[in-house]
Design a protein around this ligand. Structure first.
Ligand SMILES: [Zn+2]
Length: 204
């Protein structure tokens, strides 16, 4: 395994051709609302949940939120991305994917694999993936897979992929569930103790 230094991790993070400028701006936060065709409508309130709603309902939701702002434990509008149709999921995820990820398949991967590349070089995302309803979880998963993509054939970049995830700006904003998942991956793949894995994965 190639030795990883802080510097090489920073370089890896810079190489990620994943995020559009629009998406980087959205790192600021707010539940993300998209219509059925995958058009980004805007943010409402705190949190990074992924929601599907019609443009008319979005206008009404904005008005409602402005009248009754909530603190993050309050209501979400529309439906979750995970409950949307395959087509809508695909279109919304295209909003986040650039470069090598621009064309990908939504497939039923096994539960413990969230995303990956198939032998034809297509990027695959778990249709039932738990990360589907949180914007930063989606972005961070793409960061992981782009490390594999950039590594090319003879890929043994699994460790580098996890480290790139953790050093990417999106990581701090991923869900707690996501960080716990990452800690479990570090334990099962690389033999870290639970304490070490949770510290690395910033579970606290
Ligand atoms: Zn991987």
């Amino acid at each position: 395994m190639k030795k990883l230094t802080k510097q090489s991790l920073d370089e890896l993070a810079k190489e990620m051709p994943v995020l559009s400028e629009e998406v980087q701006i959205s790192l600021i936060g707010g539940a993300k609302y998209f219509d059925l065709s995958g058009t980004f409508l805007g943010d409402i309130g705190p949190g990074d949940e992924m929601r599907i709603i019609s443009p008319n309902e979005f206008q009404a939701a904005m008005a409602d939120y402005n009248n009754h702002p909530y603190d993050g434990s309050g209501q979400l509008y529309g439906q979750s991305l995970s409950s949307a149709s395959r087509n809508t999921k695909h279109r919304v995820l295209l909003h986040y994917a650039k470069g090598g990820l621009s064309h990908f398949n939504l497939v039923n991967l096994s539960q413990d694999i969230q995303a990956g590349w198939n032998k034809d070089g297509q990027f695959m995302i778990n249709l039932n993936g738990f990360f589907m309803d949180h914007e930063q979880d989606i972005i961070n998963t793409m960061v992981h897979e782009m490390v594999h993509y950039n590594a090319g054939s003879g890929d043994n970049s699994e460790y580098a992929a996890y480290m790139a995830q953790i050093s990417h700006p999106s990581y701090a904003l991923t869900s707690l569930r996501y960080k716990k998942y990452l800690a479990e991956c570090l334990m099962s793949n690389f033999g870290y103790t639970q304490e070490e894995a949770e510290r690395l994965a910033k579970v606290n």
